[in-house]
Design a protein around this ligand. Structure first.
Ligand code: ADP
Ligand code: ADP
Length: 228
């Protein structure tokens, strides 16, 4: 089943056409990588699909629900998705509080928050740092704290915008393993943008190649990366 269907998406910033003629279907349980050079529109497309920003034109449905242009109806849909950005956002507070913040706007009892934070930290392998100050951790660990804050909300679709671009190879491999496990064991649908072709090849079932604001090609990872 398609969990995301986008047709004819177009978006400009002033006179700059950031996205045009974007058609994309993402299947439930799939890992799809958007690859392409810097400035090709990957982040913008992720923000449009994650309902952070509206498209100027085009049709979009998520979870089989047509996204109306009235942004008022977006909140319930957005709650079913989560986005991790290139730069980890962590606050000068304990790792526990950083992750619990993900549940701030959701009705949850103290006991439930406690249980979910512990599960989310377990999922990223940071249980032992629960009481540490998040800003004292390494860059890779901070990114895992930020990921944990997204996971605590149980997203059905996980968006990752260049999540490892600032990380060393070991931290990158750790994030990749976590993402693959979430997909394999929890069936989480994943959309990741990356300028690292090898990362796309390692992670994704399917790849969309973005060039100058549009998806020039989509295909199975093995086809897109096949040697000429
Ligand atoms: P990528 O993620 O592939 O690097 P982006 O989606 O970030 O590409 O950017 C696509 C184009 O849109 C770029 O030319 C970028 O400068 C522009 N752009 C992105 N976001 C904004 C914004 N908020 N305001 C103005 N221009 C933007
Ligand atoms: P990326 O690495 O994906 O290209 P950048 O580091 O260029 O992203 O941009 C970081 C943030 O700034 C993104 O949220 C992006 O949308 C925004 N941005 C990018 N280009 C511009 C721009 N020309 N004007 C305003 N915001 C921009």
């Amino acid at each position: 089943m398609a969990i995301i269907e986008a047709h004819g998406i177009r978006k400009s910033y002033g006179s700059l056409l950031a996205l045009h003629d974007v058609d994309l279907t993402v299947g439930e349980g799939e890992i799809l990588a958007l690859i392409g050079p810097s400035g090709s529109g990957k982040s913008t497309l992720l923000r449009v699909l994650d309902l952070i920003e509206p498209a100027d034109e085009g049709r979009l449905s998520v979870f089989g629900i047509e996204v109306a242009s009235e942004r008022g109806s977006w909140l319930d849909l957005r709650r079913r998705m989560g986005m991790l950005f290139q730069r980890p956002i962590v606050f000068n507070a304990s790792v526990y509080d950083n992750v619990a913040m993900g549940l701030r706007y959701r009705r949850a009892s103290g006991e439930e928050i406690d249980r979910r934070v512990k599960e989310a930290l377990e999922a990223v392998g940071l249980s032992r740092y629960i009481k540490s100050r998040a800003t004292d951790l390494s860059g890779g660990e901070q990114q895992r704290v930020a990921l944990s804050r997204v996971l605590v909300t149980d997203p059905e679709i996980l968006f990752l915008d260049e999540p490892t671009a600032n990380l060393d190879p070991t931290s990158t491999a750790t994030i990749e393993e976590i993402v693959m496990r979430l997909n394999r064991e929890a069936g989480m649908t994943v959309l990741i943008s990356t300028h690292d072709l090898a990362q796309g090849q390692r992670l994704a079932h399917r790849v969309g190649v973005m060039i100058e604001g549009t998806i020039a090609q989509t295909g199975a990872s093995s086809d897109v990366f096949r040697a000429p």
